[in-house]
Design a protein around this ligand. Structure first.
Ligand code: NAD
Length: 471
């Protein structure tokens, strides 16, 4: 049994003031593998005090000093890359292929922050003034379970690049991954107090971070519901906020798309991270003349997907993170059936030999209309909805008919036509005939998918306040 009973405050592993514990449960078979002791409000207060003390010195560091710190952080994590992959597979149930990408993504985030900082002018002349880009203060960083360490390095490296110190609250379901991250940050010998990590529940540790007057900025990735709560609470002290929230991303297959490449890509976009991805392309918009052909290809492609134990090579869809998420995804599948969508493949039947775990069959619904719950709400599981459209304008209207706006995908041959469509989509990022990530370009949501941007210059500036000096 694994026992995790430390938080990381002021450069040291300390026993938390909080005494409640949380069971670590394997998503593969729901056995308990260990416990984590949860911090409480007092732990947050100690962490914030340490970060505030450290900020006095750290905010005055030079670019070169911050880059040296980021490089040490990168190297300490890189040295344990294999452990990061293994722990994520075991704890979270992510597939080997996804967890490998996630570990590399976590490292790339730091490299990208280094590159951005090198090129960025922290002091510049604007009009007759000198403008100094100054660190905003202590950052509160709150992250979800679906790629824990990637989110931590993305936010933390931007904060450090800006000269901010941080208090981090990862998901309690990611405690083993968090432990590894704490060890790496400790090995990197960052100045005490620059990074503090408190395990704990959202309503306790998260809420205290959001309310604390000495936190200047919150960077949050998670659900839209909690994002709205944070926006309301943060207003009390006018904290700066970056919110990376949910999505219901459309994937438009144009009538000239090469279906032999576009359909497998649509499957990969929908079922990435076992469907537990904010950017998953979960609404597949198909021209009415192509729907029969697409359905044949889709059914064949999805039924070939290896679903099962995450650690096995080639698994594409692993278990849902916990029982609650498993039940939630199944409830959406039931709702799709009840609303009259057609089940093309997948469904509620349990998977032979995997009944003890949180496995959901990769599921595709056809004959979906955009007003059905399965088309409107974020399911966060391997469920894809096929919706037909008549022409490009109709496709754009359906794509934009959502409260979300995180990502969109367009597949087709005519570049000019696609760019014209992309221009009209209300989404923070549009993928044209590809599935990629650009670590230096802004990432974030339109509408209820969030506020603000991460990565590159846009991400760095979200931790900086411009100060105008006039003589
Ligand atoms: P969640 O909102 O339940 O939790 C996210 C984090 O917030 C956790 O650490 C949680 O403990 C904390 N939290 C919960 N209540 C809180 C409160 N009252 N005050 C402060 N913190 C609180 O989300 P989740 O279930 O962990 O993650 C899945 C969600 O995250 C999905 O909606 C998904 O779309 C979203 N997500 C968005 C992005 C993005 O970049 N836009 C990326 C990944 C996940």
């Amino acid at each position: 049994m694994i026992t995790l009973n430390k938080v990381y405050i002021d450069g040291a592993f300390v026993t938390p003031h909080g005494t409640d514990t949380f069971d670590l449960i394997s998503p593969v078979d729901n056995t308990i593998s260990g416990t984590v002791t949860l911090g409480d409000e007092e732990d947050v207060r100690l962490a914030v005090a340490a970060a505030k003390r450290a900020f006095t010195t750290f905010s005055k560091t030079t670019k070169e000093e911050r880059i040296a710190i980021l490089q040490k952080m990168h190297d300490a994590i890189a040295a344990r890359r294999q452990e990061f992959i293994q722990v994520m597979v075991e704890e979270y149930g992510g597939t080997l292929q996804f967890c490998t990408r996630s570990a590399d993504y976590a490292l790339d985030n730091i490299t990208s922050a280094i590159n951005t900082l090198w090129q960025y002018d922290l002091v510049r002349v604007v009009g007759q003034s000198q403008v100094q880009m100054t660190p905003v203060g202590v950052a509160g960083i709150i992250t979800p379970w679906n790629s824990s360490n990637g989110f931590i390095t993305g936010k933390l490296s931007a904060a450090i690049a800006a000269g901010c110190t941080a208090v981090i609250k990862p998901s309690e379901m990611s405690a083993r991954q968090t432990q590894l991250m704490m060890e790496c940050l400790h090995e990197a010998a960052l100045p005490a107090g620059v990074v503090n990590i408190v395990n704990g529940l959202g309503a306790v540790v998260g809420a205290e971070i959001v309310a604390h007057p000495d936190i200047a900025k919150i960077s949050f990735t998670g659900s839209t519901v909690v994002g709205k709560y944070i926006a309301r609470e943060a207003a009390g002290t006018l904290k700066r906020i970056t919110l990376e929230l949910g999505g219901k991303s459309p994937n438009i297959l144009l009538d000239d798309a090469d279906l032999n490449t576009a359909v497998p890509m649509a499957v990969a976009a929908a079922f990435m991270n076992s469907g537990q991805a904010c950017i998953a392309g979960t609404r597949l918009l198909v021209h009415e003349s192509k729907v029969e052909e697409v359905e044949v290809l889709l059914k064949a492609a999805v039924e070939q997907i290896k679903t099962g134990r995450s650690a096995e090579d080639g698994t594409v869809v692993g278990p849902m993170v916990n029982r609650k998420q498993y039940e939630r995804v199944r409830a959406y599948i039931k709702s799709g059936i009840e609303e009259g969508a057609t089940l093309l493949t997948g469904g509620l039947e349990s998977m032979q030999g995997l009944e003890e775990g949180n496995f959901v069959r990769p599921t595709v619904f056809t004959n979906v209309t955009n007003n059905m719950r399965i088309a409107r709400e974020e399911i966060f599981g391997p469920v894809l909805c096929v919706i037909t459209y008549k022409d490009d304008d109709d496709a754009i209207a359906i794509a934009n008919d959502t409260t979300y706006g995180l990502q969109a995908y367009v597949n087709g041959k005519d570049k000019q036509r696609i760019v014209n469509i992309a221009r009209q989509l209300n989404a923070g990022r549009v993928m044209i005939n590809c599935l990629k990530h650009d670590p230096e370009a802004p990432f974030g949501g339109f509408k209820q998918s969030g506020i603000g941007r991460e990565f590159g210059i846009f991400g760095l500036e979200s931790y900086l306040e411009p100060k105008t000096i006039l003589e």
